[in-house]
Design a protein around this ligand. Structure first.
Ligand SMILES: [Zn+2]
Length: 310
């Protein structure tokens, strides 16, 4: 008999949910707007409702449960969000247990970048290895560490905050309290801010995509921005490679099309700073599942339930 699960990717004002079988085939998917202005109880009702509708359409197969990827810090054993910019109204509340009670089915909460790393490990760019690191380049930078095909959580679930490792000792200040965090020097937002300061475009706040197009058209300042971003990524990756000696390090997110403009500086930096890289067959590659990675990873969580309960 086949088994299926439901993965949910929960954002600030919308959710995506997918039915996936145990081999990673997508059976059904919905995108739903949520109403955070109506409060916690209402939004949880919306989440539960979306899941139940998807479940009602499945006529066969055993239901393994629900995995939910959320942006923020989670106490993994307890299933509680303790810090999230986009989901502040769900913080400090027994979210997992509440959804579980309403659904009458097992639920697992996971950080969204960890879910994305797990998705790539399961059916994406990391299928052929057991251990990998994923960096998601977006507004910030998320990280996920997969060891033995499972998310590495650390003591309470906060391992893998790779966007906040220091790459420039006295660099740009970060909301986390540190200065010189990777995400302040290599995220899509960092690229836009730098381009803004350098007046690369005649209008303010250009997107990372605009900067990429300019770099491709030969604009020297735009190319310099991607070199600087590549160096910052290279410093971080060298540190991670020296620490883990994993076979694979993946990058995903909006700036990936600019790979040819940031990757050479990134690889130079990794070679310079990592003895391990120079002496092993470490691969640094693009992730494959795009913005579906988190959804597939979330759907995989119920099949790994033993990694989530004390
Ligand atoms: Zn930081």
């Amino acid at each position: 008999m086949t088994e299926y699960s439901i993965g949910v990717d929960l954002g600030g004002t919308n959710l995506r949910a997918a039915v996936v079988d145990q081999d990673g085939n997508l059976l059904d998917q919905v995108n739903v707007a949520t109403s955070p202005d109506k409060g916690r109880d209402y939004v949880i009702g919306e989440i539960v409702d979306s899941i139940q509708k998807l479940r009602a359409k499945q006529s066969e197969g055993r239901f393994a449960g629900v995995g939910i990827g959320v942006p923020g810090f989670i106490l993994i054993d307890k299933g509680i969000i303790v810090g999230s910019n986009n989901l502040a109204f769900l913080e400090g509340f027994a979210l997992r247990d509440d959804i579980e009670r309403r659904l009458g089915a097992p639920v697992i909460l996971e950080n969204d970048a960890n879910s994305a790393a797990l998705g790539e490990s399961w059916i994406g760019a990391g299928q052929d290895v057991d251990d990998l690191v994923l960096l998601t380049l977006g507004t910030g930078i998320g990280g996920g560490i997969i060891y033995g095909n499972r998310v590495m959580h650390g003591r309470e679930g906060m391992a893998g905050e790779l966007g906040h490792i220091t790459v420039v000792p006295n660099g740009n200040p970060c909301g986390c309290g540190n200065v010189g965090c990777l995400e302040k020097h290599a995220s899509a937002t960092a690229i836009s801010c730098l381009a803004d300061l350098m007046r690369v475009t005649p209008h303010p706040n250009p997107s990372a995509e605009e900067i990429f197009k300019l770099a491709a058209a030969g604009d020297w300042k735009a190319q310099q921005i991607f070199r600087s971003m590549g160096e910052a990524l290279g410093v971080a990756l060298a540190m991670l490679i020296n620490t883990f000696n994993f076979p694979l390090f993946l990058l995903s997110g909006g700036p990936l099309p600019a790979w040819d403009y940031f990757a050479p500086a990134m690889i130079d930096e990794v070679k310079r700073r990592s003895f391990t890289y120079r002496n092993t067959k470490t691969r640094i590659e693009k992730a494959k599942l795009g913005n579906q990675a988190g959804l597939f990873g979330a759907a995989y969580l119920p099949f790994q339930a033993q990694n989530y309960r004390a």
